[in-house]
Ligand binder design. Structure first.
Ligand code: H2U
Ligand code: ZN
Length: 370
């Protein structure tokens, strides 16, 4: 197990002079290429200076209790459909009572010119990360987060026996559509390869075909110790990717070749728990509030063949631009291409600074949300 290192910033930091091509580019609107999705996006950092008279996000709700008798996910409580949760001690998994996918789907398809459709079989599960209603992954102890990592891995292995794509994810905070503050995530597993997965599959396969190496391992090597890194150790690298779309988007990459969560060894799982706490803690400290985000794992599809072009990674998509203004992916983004307001280098610098600030204690709910 290695200690989480905080990089000092690298030779291509945003404050460097004219000789640095990224600093030069960053002074004017420019486009960056996302090799994982094979698409470009527009970066126009000057736009952060524009006046904002639009929607102001309300502060997240104040402190919550360790146990909420009205919560559908707390131990011992009744869920919306009347099922009772066991008095679980740490984590708890159940099949989503309002599942978007069902396993008992009969095969059926429509092929009528441009009209194409097919029935999709799958299953959806809810994963409670802790019995405590008031915690978040960022504020759980390292062994507790390690238990969540093991749960993600075990669930992936089990569902991968039946479904091609196992999507592990977490929506955190009301702003990201989480229906409940109780720390929890979801898994949707399905028989088709969803389109984001299919694109990453294609780009990683093409890169491996051309170079004989994994795209994301090469990317992690290129980023290590550099200006976009938030935290890293021997097993993991967390960076604001060069092509980040959301203001404080990050990409967490396993540094050793591994296709899926169940393939992680003991040391990598432990250091993953530490890196998750560090990253999510820096998010919370950035604006002094429990940071909303959607995160999820991308791991190789299960289709009964070797997937050595795939590298395990997780994406974190937080929507906030400032403490009370969110990034809207609307006009140009929906119609032309993604546009971001601050550079990936500036975002990473701010996250590293937040990481260096003192951590709120587990009981310091008020400090974390002040
Ligand atoms: P989100 O907070 O990301 O929406 O996840 C909570 C999930 O929990 C949601 O998909 C499910 C919802 O369908 N749920 C149940 O299955 N049973 C309940 O009693 C409440 C919520
Ligand atoms: Zn609860």
């Amino acid at each position: 197990m290695t200690a989480t290192r905080r990089p000092s910033g690298g030779a291509t930091g945003p404050s460097r002079g004219d000789s640095d091509p990224i600093a030069r580019l960053s002074r004017r609107p420019h486009r960056r290429y996302n090799p994982l999705l094979d698409e470009w996006l527009l970066v126009s950092s000057d736009r952060t200076r524009r006046p904002w008279q639009g929607r102001q996000e309300p502060p997240p709700p104040g402190p919550v209790e360790q146990y909420d008798p009205a919560c559908f996910l707390c131990p011992g409580n009744q869920r919306a459909n009347g099922a009772a949760n066991p008095d679980y001690a740490s984590t708890f998994v159940f099949t989503n009572d309002f599942a978007a996918l069902r396993p008992d789907a009969p095969e059926e398809r429509l092929e009528d010119g441009l009209l194409r459709a097919e029935v999709e079989a799958g299953t959806c599960r809810v994963l409670c990360f802790s019995r405590r209603h008031d915690l978040t992954l960022a504020r759980m102890e390292r062994p507790e987060v390690r238990t969540v990592v093991d749960l993600w891995a075990d669930q992936t292995a089990e569902l991968g026996d039946r479904f091609q794509w196992v999507q592990v994810f977490e929506n955190r905070g009301e702003m990201m559509g989480a229906s409940n503050p109780h720390p929890h995530g979801q898994i949707w597993a399905g028989s088709a390869l969803p389109h984001e997965a299919a694109r990453e599959d294609a780009t990683q396969r093409a890169y491996d075909g051309e170079h004989g190496r994994r795209l994301l391992l090469d990317y992690a090597t290129q980023e290590a110790g550099g200006p976009r890194v938030v935290v890293e150790d021997d097993d993991w690298l967390v960076a604001v990717p060069f092509w980040a779309a959301w203001p404080y988007e990050t990409l967490l990459i396993a540094k050793r070749p591994v296709e899926r969560l169940p393939g992680l060894d003991d040391a990598a799982r432990d250091s993953l728990a530490g890196n998750l706490i560090a990253l999510l803690g820096s998010y919370d400290r950035l604006f002094g509030l429990s940071f909303p985000y959607s995160m999820g794992w991308h791991q190789a599809p299960f289709r009964g063949r070797s997937e050595e072009h795939w590298q395990l990674h997780a994406h974190f998509f937080p929507p906030l631009l400032t403490a009370n203004v969110r990034k809207f992916m609307v006009g140009y983004e929906l119609l032309a291409e993604t546009q971001r307001d601050l550079t990936a280098e500036v975002a990473a610098e701010r996250l590293r600074a937040a990481l260096a600030r003192p951590e709120p204690t587990r009981t310091g709910e008020a400090a974390a949300r002040a």
